[in-house]
Design a protein around this ligand. Structure first.
Ligand code: C5P
Length: 230
């Protein structure tokens, strides 16, 4: 039997720095990257474009199954096309994050996106960013990471990120939206946000991202026997 393609899963709540860590790890190791949140965000946008109610489980799941997306390398970040048109900043907005967490609570939508995520497991390896990567999508991953940080710090980080992207943001409103989204993600019946029993946990409150990256790389080297030069 051949060894499965190695996977590192990175789960945790909104604004915890998973995206930054995952992009860094993928670049550092030369592995593929799965941004599973983008798939839920794209599903929500596609459903809204079609005038669907986000609670219409069967219709939204059909949209998820037929999702027409392309991830293309851009100058500094990935260009994402939905139905052939670039989605741009709207994909990353808090409003789209909120819509994504509504469709993500629907079991048929999660089922529709499951195989699409697993199909991205290709050599030399995959870094998988999300909420249920270690518990549901890749339960056999060789390394599972789960990041946390205080709610106040996560709101600050998300605020900085949106401002840097030239988008409007309000810190107090953002903190409330993130709290509501986290509660929905943690309380849903399918694939709720929670660490896998064999996940490595890290509270990143007050920690520079470079230290988080070092910690992850050290674990990857040790657990997956990846030859990494510090
Ligand atoms: O990570 P991101 O903020 O892009 O995710 C948007 C929403 O998509 C999350 O709040 C969550 O509801 C949903 N999601 C999920 N499972 C994943 C990734 C994201 O339910 N693996």
């Amino acid at each position: 039997m051949t060894d499965p393609v190695p996977v590192i899963t990175v789960d945790g709540p909104s604004g915890v720095g998973k995206g930054t860590l995952c992009q860094w790890l993928a670049l550092r190791l030369g592995w593929h990257l799965l941004d599973s949140g983008a798939l839920y965000r794209l599903t929500a946008l596609a459903a809204l474009h079609r005038g669907l109610a986000l609670s219409d489980e069967a219709a939204v799941a059909a949209v998820a199954t037929a999702l027409d997306v392309a991830f293309l390398p851009g100058a500094d970040e990935m260009r994402i096309l939905l139905d052939g048109a670039e989605v741009g900043a709207v994909l990353r907005s808090e409003a789209t994050g909120d819509a994504a967490s509504r469709v993500a609570a629907l079991p048929a939508v999660r089922a529709a996106l499951l195989q699409r995520q697993r199909d991205l497991r290709r050599l030399p390896g995959l870094i998988a960013d999300g909420r249920d990567m270690g518990t549901v999508v890749f339960p056999d991953a060789g390394l599972k990471l789960f990041l946390t940080a205080s709610a106040a710090e996560r709101a600050q980080r998300r605020y900085k990120q949106l401002i840097e992207k030239g988008m409007n943001a309000n810190l107090a409103g953002l903190a409330e939206e993130i709290a509501a989204r986290d509660a929905r993600d943690a309380q849903r019946t399918v694939a709720p946000l929670r660490p896998a029993t064999d996940a490595e946990m890290l509270d990143t409150t007050g920690m520079p991202i470079a230290r988080v990256c070092e910690w992850a790389l050290m674990l990857a080297a040790r657990r997956l026997s990846i030859p990494v030069i510090p």
